[in-house]
Structures are given as structure tokens and as C-alpha cells.
Write a protein that binds this ligand. Structure first.
Ligand SMILES: *Cc1c(COP(=O)(O)O)cnc(C)c1O
Length: 400
């Protein structure tokens, strides 16, 4: 866990500068200017008194790798400053960030209000694992703000939000629902994975906690898994105390890769935003395409809200083919510059149908209820040149 004691403030700096320099304003081990990757599981002391002071948290330091580690803590510090939180703690995966937060903040008799369209794994926690601990889970129609406000007003310990959603990129009004949550004293958590702090900052809108799957855009190179939670100190600490014992600790090697990824986060998000916008506009003009889902498009139902709360519309879009799943199966292998795989936020473009990725556990009827067409393709734009990606899509569409 990292707690921001304001000895280093980056709020007056742009995010590109902050993500590179925060936490690096001193010389490192043996004078190295690169961040040291500390693999050591234990940390030593000169005497018992010093050890005791660290254990009692009267002195800064590390004891054991499951609790804290210097490389991991530097990643937490950078994310804390980027998210604008009082404190941050990290996890082995994004799902560990989500499940540890929900299990630490909820319990028998508590009530959580959320959306039908949360990330597939999150939705499993809501439908399968939390009810087993007698948590009352209420999942609302994702963009039905009136229903959400009504359910929040009935009493709500945790309000859990995610926007834009996966895979149909629905947008919910964060300010409106965070305000509703405040009225009932709910702890509001926002999954900000699709946006990163570059495109959207839920803590500035009054959310109590923000979390990300760092496996996606934050790491940015599809070679490390991780999760991060930032926000109010006492809440982050409560989740950290649970995570220390639960053991879903971020590996130092993954933290090292996340720190490297963060240095180009702003640049990568700018490129992702531009690429996705260009591709969404191109797809809208294609005869084989039924609809395009991207919050940056004026035609998108959530566009006005997205414009209000996002600086960029992100690197993920989806589109449906008129020819349904048969055409999806024909189109995807024709794409030269896209892996057929389940991930997003890496340098390489990745595509997949929801029925093999985010919604692998759902039936045709459930997908219909969620408004996911059978001909839908999620297109997670990489960092290639948009001209080449568009040419690739064009030739694959023309060959249908
Ligand atoms: C991938 C993802 C997660 C889960 O993250 P993992 O690192 O795979 O555990 C959670 N939320 C969203 C929106 C995601 O895209």
C-alpha cells in the first residue's frame, strides 16, 4: 500500500510528466536511474528495535513480500498520483482488485447495487459468490439511471459502476450516480479499466474508490497481469488489510513491467483514442456493418454523457455484421493485423466475438437480453497506424 502524505504532489503537472517522474525524484540503488526490480521476499534490520518499529508502522520499511515490496510500492505511488487518490494498493490481477474490494467492504446482510453489464468475471462475483455470503446483490439495467437511483435510494452499502461497458460500450453518467450514492452513504467503486486515468478520473467526480485491471492499458504490452485500487485512505487500507492475508499480491516483476508501461501511458492512450475514432468512423460507412458501438460517435446513445466525463473515448470499440455469427467466423481469420484472442490494451490489435471472450458463459437468450448481437465483434485497437488497420478491415469486409 502507498499513502500519499503530500511530500510529492503532481497535481500541477500533466499526466505524461507525472507518470514518468513521480516517485523517481531521487537516485536509486547504487545510483541507477532505472527503477530497481527487487525480488527479495524478506527485508532485514540492524536490530530488533528497528524491526519492531517497521512492524508497528512507526517507521517506513518492508517486512515480507506478501505485504509490501519497494518495486510494487513505486507502481502504487505512480498510480495513486495519476488517479488522484489518498492511497493505492495493488493486486495480482484486475479480478483480485475487484473481488478483494467487494469481499472486504461487503458481508452478510449488506447490499450492493450494480449494473447488468459489468465485466464477465465481476458479474460472476455478483451472481454466484457474493450471494453465497448472504450479500444482497441488485443488478440494474445498465443505462436505466432512474432504476439505478431508485435502487440506490432503497439502501446501498456499495455502489459498483463500470463505464464504458464491455462489449457494447454503454456509457453511464458517473456524476449523477455518484451523487445518488452519496445521499445514502454508499461506498462508490468505479472500474476504470477501459479509460485509465488519462481518459477518465472518477475520483474527481466524487467516487470513493477507482480500480483498474492493470493487465490492459496500464501495463500496455500484454506481458504482465495486475490490478490497482486508489481512493479514500481508510477504504484502501481496509481492502489492503484483507489482501495482505488473502494473498493476491502483485508480483514485483509485474510491477516493474507496469512501471515501464506507465511511462508511455499518455502517448499510448492518445494513439488508441485516435485510432479507435478513425476506425469507428470508417466502419459506420461500410455496407456489411449493421451497427458500430463507440462512445466517440455522435450516433452513440451515450455520446453526450461520454463527452462530459471523458477526455478521450478509449481504444475499444465493437461492431456487428449484418451476416451474423457466420460472417464473424468468416471475417476474423482474414484480418492480418489482429490477433484472435481475449485481451485488450496491448500494442497489437486484438479481436474476438463476445461469445468466446467476455460472455463465454452466457446463452444466446442472455446475450439477447444484454443487447449483444450474435454478429458482434469486439475490436481492441492497438498502436498500429490507423491507415493500415482500416485497409486490413476493408479488404476483409470486401471478401465476405
Ligand atoms: C480485464 C478486465 C478485468 C479483469 O482483469 P484481469 O486482470 O484479467 O483479472 C476487469 N474489468 C475490466 C473492465 C476488464 O476489461
Amino acid at each position: 500500500m502507498f499513502v500519499n502524505k503530500n511530500e510529492e504532489t503532481w497535481s500541477d503537472k500533466k499526466p505524461g510528466t507525472a507518470s514518468i517522474w513521480s516517485g523517481e525524484n531521487r537516485l536509486f540503488f547504487e545510483g541507477s536511474t532505472g527503477v530497481p526490480l527487487v525480488h527479495s521476499v524478506s527485508f532485514g534490520y540492524e536490530n530488533c528495535d528497528e524491526w519492531y518499529d517497521v512492524a508497528m508502522e512507526r517507521k517506513e520499511g518492508h517486512i515480507y513480500g506478501r505485504n509490501t515490496n519497494p518495486t510494487v510500492q513505486l507502481f502504487e505511488k505512480k498510480m495513486c498520483l495519476l488517479d488522484g487518490g489518498e492511497a493505492s494498493t495493488s493486486f495480482a490481477t484486475g479480478m483480485a482488485a475487484i473481488s478483494n474490494s467487494l469481499f472486504a467492504l461487503l458481508g452478510p446482510g449488506k447490499r450492493v447495487v450494480s449494473l447488468k453489464d459489468t465485466y464477465g468475471g465481476t458479474s460472476r462475483v455478483f451472481m454466484e459468490f457474493l450471494p453465497a455470503y448472504d450479500v444482497d446483490v441488485m443488478l440494474c439495467e445498465t443505462t436505466d439511471h432512474e432504476q439505478l437511483e431508485k435502487e440506490i435510494a432503497k439502501g446501498c452499502d456499495v455502489l459498483y459502476l463500470e463505464t464504458p461497458t464491455n462489449p457494447t460500450l454503454k456509457v453511464i453518467d458517473l456524476q449523477r450516480l455518484i451523487d445518488a450514492g452519496k445521499k445514502t452513504g454508499a461506498v462508490t467503486i468505479v472500474d476504470n479499466t477501459f479509460s485509465t486515468p488519462i481518459n477518465q478520473k472518477p475520483l474527481e467526480l466524487g467516487a470513493d474508490l477507482v480500480l483498474h485491471s492493470a493487465t490492459k492499458f496500464i501495463g500496455g504490452h500484454a506481458d504482465a497481469m495486475g490490478g490497482i485500487l486508489s481512493g479514500k485512505k481508510e477504504l484502501v487500507e481496509k481492502v489492503f488489510r484483507y489482501r495482505e492475508i488473502n494473498g493476491a499480491t502483485l508480483h514485483p516483476m509485474a510491477a516493474f513491467l507496469m512501471i515501464r508501461g506507465l511511462k508511455t501511458l499518455e502517448l499510448r492512450m492518445q494513439r488508441s483514442n485516435e485510432n479507435a475514432m478513425a476506425i469507428a468512423r470508417f466502419l459506420e460507412t461500410q455496407a456489411q456493418v449493421e451497427s458500430v458501438f463507440y462512445p466517440g460517435l455522435e450516433s452513440n446513445a451515450g455520446h453526450e454523457i461520454a463527452k462530459k466525463q471523458m477526455k478521450g473515448f478509449g481504444g475499444v470499440l465493437s461492431f456487428s455484421l449484418k451476416g451474423g455469427f457466420e460472417d464473424v467466423k468468416r471475417l476474423l481469420p482474414k484480418l492480418e493485423h489482429a490477433y484472435l484472442a481475449a485481451h485488450l490494451g496491448g500494442a497489437n490489435t486484438i479481436v474476438g466475438p463476445p461469445r468466446t471472450t467476455s460472455h463465454v458463459e452466457t446463452t444466446v437468450e442472455q446475450r439477447k437480453e444484454l443487447g449483444i448481437p450474435e454478429g458482434l465483434i469486439r475490436y481492441a485497437v492497438g498502436l498500429e497506424n490507423s491507415e493500415d488497420l482500416i485497409a486490413d478491415l476493408k479488404s476483409a469486409l470486401n471478401a465476405l
